[in-house]
Write a protein that binds this ligand. Structure first.
Ligand SMILES: NC(=O)c1ccc[n+]([C@@H]2O[C@H](COP(=O)([O-])OP(=O)(O)OC[C@H]3O[C@@H](n4cnc5c(N)ncnc54)[C@H](O)[C@@H]3O)[C@@H](O)[C@H]2O)c1
Ligand SMILES: O=P(O)(O)OC[C@H](O)CO
Length: 719
């Protein structure tokens, strides 16, 4: 800003950090050697927002021995109010001279025209108050007396990039990227500002400044001689900046407008009604005592404004295998040194166990219980306190085993930040007498926030090893989905958006049942053809079930990575498949070994503990949940594979019927057994004992018999 820019030769007695003092000394030495009219302010090099503001604040609070200047406390840490306004700004207005540029345009032009000293004398008069701003501008232009050609030559000699303050271009770019309207409001002249505006991508109609008046040549129709300037522009007089902002507001539906500048006329922008909602003082180029003292927020580094612009805080609810792999990706993204990074570096992770595991994660940056051998990143901060993990979080990632989500959400009721957005990575559903409820629906209903889903063929350990994986984000709110995409997307983790959240979530849920079937095929020693048959039928039943419950679910969704992609990944490398294989082997071996006696195959719960070491099996619970829906609605015959698998896992049918699911679904299940739906039974079901007793002869024929259709025969016999 031009008029007060003249005051920058004065010493203002600002208390500085030692870092600032060193920078200031270097700057002072440089300034002394050049003809610029502004003494540079301390510039804090490349510190992050918090480091900058904290160190500055600390110095301000402690005092700084060795500096004998009067104490002025710059508010370098923004208040919550200031931060909220900054983040929600619709328009940001910048002063130009010594705010976005390192020098004053009119001074530079005077120097270029060889009249620097006379112009400076007039400036001093204006600053002394012995001359009005308007008259001082008039007289200075008179002395400068340039032609349009001089201005063109001046612009060439001082191109925009040579004049920009450090970090300003990145700040303006970050604002524009967010859709914030950027304005220039200057006591300088349009003729000198427009090249800067063009360089910064600011349209001409967003530049408020004074206009030179020219004498025009009658013959050529071209401007020839400078004869004054347009005094009707608000920027030609004191209190002009708030007036310009009031005009901007009149013509645009902005709720929130911020003014940034180095001088007192910029400060005025917030002190008048109709002006800006927030003034941010800039000490990037010069420090002015009055501005430092009055500004609600004062910055020495534009990076700090970029950092503070929109730092979404992220919470991870869960700390199992997938929660760790996902938190690791998020932490990689949030810690990027990118001025446009929208996220706070830290990722809070809730650890159900609390205690020692929390301490281990925070000291070793690894979760040895659920995700051994893979570092999470130092910015994943574990806590055993659920409410603390999500407090202040703008983005909440739910990734706990599905049976716990409802309880978790109940604890979080009334504790999440209004306006927060959630995403569920959990695969599963809940079934109530009223019908099914998806995990994302539980989050939405209990917490009253938007909830997207992220689904795909994503074996946690493979993602942790940065092997290529794909996922979709199924969404209702596109803005939130796009933000989550930025949060998750990595070179090795390809994320796309899918406007079918229900289809995506149900695919992720139902494939766990099919994976149990494939594990059974493996446990029976059958080959690829049988697995393919089970997978194909599983995909059909997944599609039919989704569309029977939610007719809007799209066919295409099943061809996405959340559909067939996840199905294949789980059936090749998932936990459900692995545990089902072990369970089937154990059941078959026990039946063969014990003949007609009661089989002693291992229970699901036992194998879950032994093989998954604390991780949770989702397929058995999901199968029981889905089966309740099938049974209640009389749909069992339409879902023969789902039904057969459910009967097998609950001990109502022998495992080899998985490849003869049409028969399995038709089998008459005794009344009392039909009710016997026990999630993860601790003991082999009594029903299993009876069935194995009847079927042991058939099973003893082994997998070979089953592969050749023997399983069908045995099942038929058994039923
Ligand atoms: N593991 C994978 O490869 C993978 C991949 C994609 C999706 N998923 C899905 O993500 C979800 C979470 O899976 P995961 O692998 O992160 O977890 P996990 O299977 O490793 O389960 C262990 C987690 O459950 C927690 N837990 C145990 N008891 C609890 C309780 N009473 N209340 C709350 N939490 C409790 C543990 O603290 C731990 O964080 C599941 O729905 C799963 O289907 C898993
Ligand atoms: O290991 P599973 O069977 O729980 O499956 C893991 C993931 O869901 C695969 O995408």
């Amino acid at each position: 800003m031009m008029p007060s820019g003249r005051t920058c030769n004065r010493a203002f007695g600002i208390r500085r950090t030692s870092q600032q003092q060193a920078a200031h000394a270097r700057q002072t030495a440089r300034v002394a050697q050049r003809p610029a009219t502004c003494r540079r302010a301390p510039f804090v090099p490349s510190a992050t927002f918090l480091q900058t503001s904290e160190s500055a604040q600390k110095t301000a609070n402690n005092g700084d021995a060795g500096v004998d200047t009067p104490f002025v406390k710059a508010r370098t840490i923004p208040s919550e109010r200031a931060l909220a306004i900054w983040r929600s700004a619709d328009a940001v207005c910048f002063d130009v001279d010594c705010t976005i540029t390192v020098n004053d345009g009119l001074d530079l032009l005077a120097d270029f025209m060889g009249v620097k000293d006379e112009v400076e004398a007039l400036t001093t008069k204006a600053m002394d108050g012995t001359m009005s701003l308007t008259r001082s501008l008039e007289e200075r232009l008179n002395i400068i007396n340039c032609s349009p050609d001089d201005i063109r030559r001046f612009a060439k000699a001082h191109p925009p990039q040579s004049r920009l303050a450090p970090g300003i271009k990145e700040l303006i770019k970050a604002l524009q990227k967010r859709g914030v309207a950027v304005y220039l409001i200057s006591g300088g002249f349009r003729e000198l500002l427009l090249p800067l505006a063009a360089h910064l991508g600011i349209p001409k109609d967003r530049v408020f400044a004074n206009r030179m008046h020219w004498q025009w040549d009658d013959e050529t129709g071209m401007p020839t001689k400078l004869v004054g300037f347009d005094t009707s522009e608000p920027t030609a007089r004191n209190q002009g900046k708030p007036e310009a902002i009031a005009r901007i507001r009149e013509n645009n539906p902005y709720n929130t407008v911020v003014m940034i500048g180095d001088g007192v006329t910029d400060l005025e922008a917030v002190q008048t009604s109709g002006g800006a909602d927030l003034f941010i003082g800039s000490g990037v180029v010069v420090e002015r005592e009055a501005v430092v003292a009055e500004a609600e927020w004062y910055v020495y580094d534009y990076k700090s404004l970029v950092s503070a612009l929109s730092r979404y805080k992220v919470a991870m609810v869960g700390s199992g295998a997938w929660a760790c792999a996902a938190a690791r990706m998020i932490a990689q993204n949030t810690s990027q040194d990118d001025p446009e990074d929208e996220f706070d570096d830290d990722v809070r992770m809730w650890v159900h166990q609390g205690g020692e595991l929390v301490e281990t994660i925070n000291s070793t940056h690894e979760n040895p219980t659920y995700f051994p051998g893979i570092g999470l990143g130092p910015n994943v901060i574990a806590t055993g306190n659920l409410a603390e993990a999500v407090a202040d979080a703008d983005l909440i990632v739910f990734c706990a085993p599905h049976q716990f989500i409802r309880g978790i959400c109940k604890q979080l009721m009334g504790r999440v930040k209004p306006g927060a957005a959630a995403i569920s990575l959990t695969k599963g559903m809940r079934v109530t007498p009223e019908g099914p409820e998806l995990i994302s629906q539980i989050v939405r209903r209990t917490l009253g926030i938007d909830c997207s889903v992220l689904m795909g063929g994503n074996i946690a350990e493979d993602v942790g090893r940065e092997q290529l994986s794909e996922a979709v984000i199924g969404y209702y709110n596109l803005d939130n989905a796009q933000r989550f995409k930025k949060l998750f997307q990595r070179p090795y983790f390809r994320v796309s958006l899918l406007p079918d959240p229900v289809g995506a979530e149900l695919c992720g849920t139902l494939k766990n049942i099919v994976a149990l079937g494939v594990g059974m095929v493996d446990g029976l020693g059958l080959g690829a053809n049988s697995k393919a048959a089970v997978i194909r039928q599983g995909l059909l039943e997944m599609r039919d079930f989704c569309q029977a419950l939610y007719p809007a679910v799209r066919d295409d969704t099943f061809l996405e990575c959340c559909g067939v992609g996840d199905l294949i990944a789980t059936c090749i490398g998932g936990r459900n498949r692995r545990v089902a294989e072990a369970w089937t082997r154990s059941a078959v071996e026990a039946a063969v070994a014990e003949g007609n006696g009661p089989p002693s195959g291992r229970s699901w719960a036992e194998l879950e503990t032994e093989l998954l070491k604390g991780q949770k099996l989702q397929g058995v619970l999901t199968s029981n949940e889905v089966q309740q829906i099938l049974r209640t609605r009389g749909w069992e015959a339409h879902y023969p594979l789902f039904t057969t698998i459910n009967r097998i896992i609950n001990g109502h049918l022998p495992p080899h019927l998985v490849v003869d699911y049409m028969e399995g679904a038709k089998a008459a299940i005794p009344e009392e057994l039909d009710e016997d739906i026990v999630p993860l039974p601790r003991q082999p079901a009594a029903a299993m004992a009876r069935l194995f007793g009847q079927l042991v002869g058939g099973i003893a024929g082994g997998a070979g018999a089953a592969a050749q259709g023997g399983a069908t025969g045995a099942a038929s016999n058994g039923m």
